[in-house]
Design a protein around this ligand. Structure first.
Ligand code: GAP
Length: 428
């Protein structure tokens, strides 16, 4: 298994992820996505949106505001219940989450048993709004979810959804984590991709819907290439369930720092709509009820990190990211065999421009061809297209496969079709 150090260094070196505001010493729990990171993350979100919205008939999308009326968070139970237990080491005065302390030993100074009693620490991040004093206190959303619930009636009355139906959303959430860490894994600003699926208030329907979504979600990660042996489902014990959850499972990844959650499947029952006093009227039967909610809540940043960790391979001194072509930042790279032959460069530039209209494509004419292959392997580019002397004669190019390093000759007029078929292949 690859070490975190190697991934952190690759991410920085090749432009996937940088520490936020690094030139001022950074800020704990915040990260910036570079030119390749933003592509990987966007590809992941767009695959999620396709599978959750476009490929279904019963799900619509939403993009709610990050800041809401603070009453939302009182009603949802987050002001009182969204808490972690905080302890302070009496020796070094660093603060930690009590449930993450191993063997009563301070992770900072190593002193044993010198902690204060746990205090409840609320994770909501406060913001102050307005120009007159006292300013109005509000919160950056601690989960993107509440935006869906407070728009429940808007969605029902403005679209043609009928129970059962879902609302999908992707967006930023903020938590004032006591101990951000493990690179982007525990951040204070992160993105979530969530589905709130509204059903009749019926335990049997809830169980079936919950089980179906649990299977679909873990299979989705597998379909995009995460190895089965690195994934598992874990049921929450009663004492670890969130305040809103009747039942909860985590999808976990076998990370270098241990099995770690990156998506939660929750049966939220009628907790949220009940707290916001929202009901649904069945148009056919006239029956009015508070729907129950099954939720799938994935972390975009955690999934991005785990896709990177899972894809990292070292073989014969070659480092390559075996990312699914759908996720890879660049789909192809185009090279002239040598850069000092005008005909080769001109022809290669034409191929580059041709591909660029359909796929995010890289251009490289520096150094030797072997180095260019290695540079693309390291960032996960699945196909490298080289224009050589034969290309000038018969209009064919070589296409090298990142995973096998094998090359095939393809005619330029069939290149787009070939690459597009290879991107959508389902088994790797
Ligand atoms: N709406 C339900 C909800 O927010 P959660 O289990 O608290 O449930 C869902 O969070 C997902 O959000 C997690 O599985 C994780 O991927 C991501 N997430 C939560 N806290 C995070 C943090 N501090 N940093 C990065 N991702 C986080």
């Amino acid at each position: 298994m690859v070490s975190m150090d190697k991934i952190v260094s690759l991410c920085k070196r090749r432009g996937f992820i940088y520490p936020s505001s690094e030139i001022y010493g950074g800020i704990a729990g915040f990260w910036d996505y570079g030119p390749l990171g933003v592509e990987l993350k966007n590809n992941l979100k767009s695959e999620w949106w396709k599978s959750m919205v476009y490929e279904r008939e019963d799900v619509v999308g939403l993009d709610a505001a990050i800041v809401m009326n603070p009453k939302v968070w009182e009603a949802s139970g987050h002001v009182s219940g969204f808490v972690d237990p905080l302890v302070e080491c009496k020796n070094c005065h660093n603060r930690f989450r009590a449930d993450k302390i191993v063997d009563s030993t301070c992770p900072n100074c190593g002193q044993k048993g010198k902690f204060t009693e746990p205090k409840k620490f609320n994770l909501l991040t406060e913001v102050l709004l307005g120009v007159t004093e006292p300013k109005q206190k509000a919160y950056l959303r601690g989960e993107i979810t509440q935006g869906v619930f407070v728009n429940f009636q808007n969605v029902v009355s403005s679209s043609r959804v009928k129970i059962p139906f879902g609302v999908a959303q992707i967006g930023k959430a903020f938590r004032n984590e006591i101990t951000p860490g493990n690179f982007t894994y525990r951040s204070r600003e992160f993105e979530q991709m969530e589905l709130e699926y509204f059903i009749k208030p019926d335990a049997k329907v809830a169980d079936k819907t919950f089980n179906d979504w649990r299977e679909q979600r873990i299979n989705w990660y597998k379909s995009l290439g995460i190895k089965s042996e690195n994934l598992r489902l874990r049921k929450h014990k009663d004492d670890e369930k969130a305040h809103y959850a009747k039942e909860a499972y985590d999808i976990e990844y076998k990370a270098p720092f241990g099995w770690s959650e990156f998506e939660g499947i929750h049966n939220r029952g009628d907790w949220d709509l009940g707290r916001h006093n929202l009901k649904y009227k069945d148009q056919e039967s006239g029956q009015e009820y508070t729907p129950w909610v099954i939720e799938t809540s994935g972390g975009v940043d955690r999934a991005t990190l785990f896709f990177l960790l899972d894809a990292y391979q070292e073989e014969d001194k070659r480092i390559f990211l075996k990312l699914h072509p759908k996720l890879a930042p660049f789909k192809a790279a185009v090279f002239p065999l040598v850069s000092n032959k005008t005909e080769l460069v001109d022809k290669a530039m034409k191929v580059y421009k041709l591909l660029k209209t359909d796929f995010f494509t890289a251009w490289d004419d520096r150094g030797n061809i072997g180095k260019r292959y290695f540079a693309q392997d390291e960032i996960g580019t699945p196909f490298c297209v080289t224009i050589d002397y034969i290309s000038l004669e018969d209009g064919t190019v070589t296409v090298r496969d990142r995973d096998t390093t094998k090359q095939v000759r393809i005619s330029i007029d069939k290149l787009k079709k070939y690459i597009s078929e290879m991107i959508s292949y389902e088994t790797r």
